[in-house]
Structure formats: structure tokens, C-alpha cells
Design a protein around this ligand. Structure first.
Ligand code: RIB
Length: 319
């Protein structure tokens, strides 16, 4: 058996508290009966790490939990999913991150995050993992930890020679001057709109937004568009990746399934285009099951599904 592709991840973990509701969300001051509830492991960093590990990657993860009842469970989950737990910091006196999530009957979600201990992940914690991070060809980052740690990790990854994939989620005001040598920047359409203050998101706006980001120190911009697939922009121009046909029941974590699998396939040596296409498939498959990490397929299950997967042919955004 060959060596596993190594992926580095510096990011969050959360306990997902998922409410599935019928018909509609309650108004202010109103109580209505929901349909179902689940607790699961989540957080964008953790989800992306687990997706990459389930596909067969070696994942070096730097993250933080609180000294509450969730901390040991989160750690156990990482171990059982094959993610290296050595760089999980325990922050005394803080709660672990939690995410109340609300899923409507169409499978679409609204999410709050309460970062808790994740906000106490410091540049020194990233430094401690330096030798192991250096073994990874790609390093993946999101914005559920404080921005100082994100900027520091970008600086460190560049000195270590890891290619950086930045998922600016949830959208925050970024200092683009500190985003140096980003290989791949992956917002969804809402994040792109918030980051660049775009009034609307027609195809023209989308392409203009991508061009704006490409004028910075970013090589490739990939905007994920949900049911419309994904749009890649780089110095070669634009390329649209259509989504795969599935019956979605819960889209929670689909974006993370996309990023984790994308990083895995890139680290395995696939071209950017091949990796994006596979990631579109992996994310689509995750929406056919409920929950976050528990909806992510193993490599074998994904490859079986991939043999018979078909693409849809949606048009890009209007205008
Ligand atoms: O992207 C989905 C994730 O966002 C959830 O797992 C939740 O924890 C939030 O981080």
C-alpha cells in the first residue's frame, strides 16, 4: 500500500445541535412543534478533516475544545474517524464550540455558531504542530477561528511550502493584504457577495467578483453555487462544473464535504479540474443522508456511487 496523501487543517470543531422542522420557522414570541432533533459532530474544520480522512488521507488537525463534557467526545470522534488527535488543545474554563442548526423540509439549513474554545486557538498552537504541518502538500483553513490565527497560519504555510486552500466561511471582513500566496480561495455565492459587497449575484457580478479576487495574491477562485455547481476562475479563464443528480434530504456540511474531498484529491495528485469534479460528486452524495459528518461517504461507497453518478445541466446564474 502506498503512502497516504497528507493534508493539514487548522480550524474549528463544533457539536451540531440539529433541529428538523416542518412547514416554517417560528415567528418571534411563537412556539411551534418541530419534527426531529439530532446531535452530531460538526464544525467546518472538523468536517473537512473527517471528509479527507474518510477518503483515505492522513490529516494533521490543529483545533481546540473546552474542558466541558463535549471535549472528550470530540476527541474520541477524531480518533475513530482516523484524524490525528495530537494537536487538539483543551482550553480551561471555556465551552467547546456548538452550532444550533435548523433544517427546513427542503433540506436547506440555517446555522448559528458559538465558537467557544475555537476562539482561543492561538498562533503558538499552530507553531507547535509545525513539523507535522510541513509534511502536508495542502493546508486547509476556514474562518471559524480568530483571524489573527488564520493570518499567522497563512504566513507559516507559505514558509513551510504547503499550498493554501482558504474557505472564507462564515464570511468575515478580511484584510486581503494578509492573504499571501493563496493557491485556492473557495467561497460560496453568499460569502462572495458579503466579502465583496456585491449588491446582487448575476453571472456578470460573479465573474467580476472572481476577477477582483484574482487581482490579489490568489491563483484560483472557486465559487460553490449549490444546485448550480461551481465556477472556477484563474488565469486560463472560467470553467463551470455542473452538479450531480441526487435527491437531497439535508445539505448541512455539503460545503465541507466538498472542501475536504477537494483537498484530499489534490493531495493525491489529481489535477485541479479532476479534483473539483470529484468533490462536486462527494458533496452531492453527502446531501442524500441526514446529519453532518455522518453523511460523508467512505472511499469505497463514494467510488461505487461515482460509477453510476450523472450530472445535471443547469444554466449558470441569470444576467
Ligand atoms: O458547514 C457546516 C458546519 O457549519 C456545521 O457542522 C456547523 O458546525 C458549522 O460549523
Amino acid at each position: 500500500m502506498g503512502k497516504k496523501p497528507c493534508i493539514a487543517m487548522v480550524g474549528s470543531n463544533m457539536m451540531d445541535l440539529i433541529t428538523y422542522y416542518e412547514d416554517r420557522f417560528p415567528h418571534l414570541g411563537e412556539t411551534i412543534i418541530g419534527r426531529d432533533f439530532e446531535i452530531g459532530f460538526g464544525g467546518k474544520g472538523a468536517n473537512q478533516a473527517v471528509a479527507a480522512a474518510k477518503l483515505g488521507g492522513e490529516v494533521v488537525l490543529v483545533t481546540a475544545v473546552g474542558d466541558d463534557l463535549f471535549g472528550p467526545l470530540v476527541r474520541e470522534n477524531f480518533v475513530s474517524q482516523g484524524v490525528d488527535p495530537r494537536y487538539i488543545k483543551v482550553v480551561p474554563g471555556k465551552t467547546s464550540g456548538v452550532a444550533p442548526i435548523f433544517v427546513n423540509p427542503q433540506g436547506e439549513n440555517s446555522i448559528f455558531i458559538i465558537p467557544g474554545a475555537n476562539w482561543f486557538l492561538e498562533p503558538e498552537d499552530v507553531d507547535r504542530a509545525k513539523n507535522d504541518l510541513a509534511r502536508a502538500s495542502f493546508l486547509l483553513l476556514q474562518l471559524e477561528i480568530k483571524l489573527e490565527t488564520v493570518y499567522y497560519t497563512i504566513h507559516l504555510a507559505n514558509t513551510l511550502g504547503c499550498k493554501i486552500i482558504l474557505n472564507p466561511a462564515p464570511a468575515q471582513k478580511l484584510d486581503f493584504e494578509r492573504l499571501r500566496k493563496i493557491f485556492l480561495f473557495v467561497p460560496n455565492e453568499t460569502e462572495l457577495q458579503n466579502l465583496l459587497h456585491l449588491p446582487s449575484l448575476t453571472e456578470k457580478d460573479l465573474k467580476r467578483g472572481i476577477e477582483k479576487l484574482l487581482s490579489l495574491d490568489i491563483d484560483n477562485v472557486l465559487v460553490t453555487l449549490g444546485a448550480q455547481g461551481a465556477l472556477l476562475g484563474n488565469k486560463e479563464g472560467f470553467r463551470h462544473f455542473p452538479p450531480y443528480k441526487v435527491k437531497a434530504v439535508d445539505t448541512t456540511g455539503a460545503g465541507d464535504a466538498f472542501l475536504g474531498s477537494l483537498a484530499f484529491y489534490l493531495a493525491e495528485g489529481k489535477s485541479l479540474e479532476e479534483a473539483i469534479d470529484l468533490a462536486c460528486g462527494y458533496a452531492a452524495l453527502s446531501t442524500t443522508k441526514r446529519g453532518t459528518q455522518k453523511s460523508f461517504a467512505s472511499r469505497k461507497d463514494f467510488e461505487d456511487w461515482w460509477q453510476r453518478a450523472t450530472r445535471t445541466t443547469p444554466s449558470l446564474l441569470q444576467g
